[in-house]
Ligand binder design. Sequence first.
Ligand code: NAP
Length: 395
Amino acid sequence: MLKMTSLRRLVHSRVLLHLSESPGVHSSLPRCARLLSTSSRCRTVMPAWVIDKYGSNEVLRFTKNASFPIINYPNEVIVKVFAAGLSPIDVAMRGGYGAATLSMKRDPLNIKQSGSEFPLVLGRDVSGVIMECGLDVKHFREGDEVWAAIPPWKQGSLAEFVLLSANEVSHKPKCLSHIEAAAIPYVATTAWSALVNTGGLRKDNCANKRILILGGSGGVGTFAVQMVKAWGAHVTVTCSQNAEQFLRGLGADHVVDYTAGPVEEPLSALEKFDLILDNVGGDTESWALKLLKPWSGAKYVTLVTPFMQNTDRLGVADGMMQSAATVASKALKHLMKGVHYRWGFFAPSGCALDEIRDMVDAKQLTDSNGSEQTRKTNMEYRSRWKNSRDVHSPV
Ligand SMILES: NC(=O)c1ccc[n+]([C@@H]2O[C@H](COP(=O)([O-])OP(=O)(O)OC[C@H]3O[C@@H](n4cnc5c(N)ncnc54)[C@H](OP(=O)(O)O)[C@@H]3O)[C@@H](O)[C@H]2O)c1
């Protein structure tokens, strides 16, 4: 059954699939609840949406006979999927994006034949219940309600069950249903990875920092805005004019409309920034690094990198060399001007999701059920956005 979530604006173009008949009933059940009676030990197949080759939506196929996941390592868990989320990267992966890089991650020794990734299951977000734990898993027990962002090189969540490392899983926020929870992990973990791992921000070093988020109204941007705001930073964002109220509702202090003309001019007139998160790419880096405070450790982190395209185009070895050369030369060039240039990437992390969960439960990362005003603004923006943009077709 397909459902578009009420978090439509927050998660932007994500499509949520509710795969369970009985969501949200498990928190009150004992851990040995018979609801989990379907044991992997006596199953070999499960229902899933798969693709058997890259292409457009026509390549998607529903099957009741997808391989049931098997625990191969003692730190793995099998999660029963209650709700799944699709990210833009799933749509890109359906068309073959990152095939070379992701195949290398799946099969580093290149033992399998090309095309061995099929049938491939898409879906980067999951909220569900732990079905089975490997022998070394201490932090989770069968029946725990969890959420996770699934790395693109693993089988996704558009299936009844998904296999993950326990390090990638986290207990889900108590205040969200499974459907709401499945809207968050991939984008929020990407925002966390870019800001914390790459940008060096933490909740105790953000006070009074000036942060610029280019493309603040997208999936990653909306979570980045709320995170740095919760940590005490001053946040400037760029977005289209009709997202302004929405972003102010999420905590943005200053909003610049990119549809009103080049944003370099209004942004150059502002005090310089300690960190820029670029969700837009294109020619932004030709002007954005000038907006950073020089010789003060200020960083520009872009999530729009040519890494995957390089490996897809040139092969794994040459593509990685090309990427390394590009990022190193740019980093050096900008270091000589006193600012840091970095590429950010999604990194799966249960620990990051634990922190994100705590922020969600503390209402620091709000969903559209936050304040009445925010809810109203989000609804208005969502409906305008829906009417004005191409929404990905649900699979
Ligand atoms: N490196 C990684 O591991 C990684 C992981 C995840 C995502 N990403 C990349 O990060 C980027 C953001 O991802 P996302 O999921 O947040 O995408 P998204 O939900 O599609 O959001 C993109 C946003 O960019 C805004 N935008 C478009 N052109 C703009 C411009 N010229 N100036 C300012 N804003 C502009 C749009 O805002 P309006 O609606 O206001 O027009 C839209 O909300 C994507 O390029 C994605 O590929 C990279």
